[in-house]
Ligand binder design. Sequence first.
Ligand code: ZN
Length: 218
Amino acid sequence: MCADFCNLGKQIRALERSDADYFHFDVMDGNFVPNFSMGPDILRSIKKITKVPIDVHLMVQEPIRYINEFVQAGADILTVHFESSNQIYRTVSTIKQLNVKASIALNPASPLCLIEQILPELDMVLIMTVEPGFAGQELVPFSQDKVRRLRRMKENKGLKFDIEVDGSINEKTIKDFAKAGADVFVIGTSGIFFKPDPAKAMIELKRMAVENIGKKYK
Ligand code: ZN
């Protein structure tokens, strides 16, 4: 959602050289969040031009309605918001039946206990570090502590899911989130897209993350 849509192909090519592990694809429905963004047709077009796995973040109400469509369009990971549905277990099971990685996102004010029961079913948990919906927002201050507590929970239970952080991740914040125990870092407006060389900025951010992952979560 932070890319220049008139130059999407060009930006994807540039970022492929950056050693990014995924492309993060934000979907918004104007209902669950007060904004709109890309849908399955754009995903299908991106999938045709890249082999980098695509991490699809569904910020939509009752996402179970769209899972099949996004899987057909090329999603490799599907993230749904806990707050967006009354049938999260069914939604996660549907994603897994389609052989796609399943992830649940939590808004800043949603506590970790909401997903405790379903953690063993998940491949990833996305901790929103800003309210979802818009690029370029200020970090919510208690996000790092939340990541640290989730990392502890993961280690204590011996689980394997990745911890992803999304919102305001840049050269000022990435080290602390890595130390807190995040594994996957969504980089957008503040991290790369306004930099003169986004791929170079990405490589540097990845280095900062890798050097610090899990150093301080205990
Ligand atoms: Zn996102």
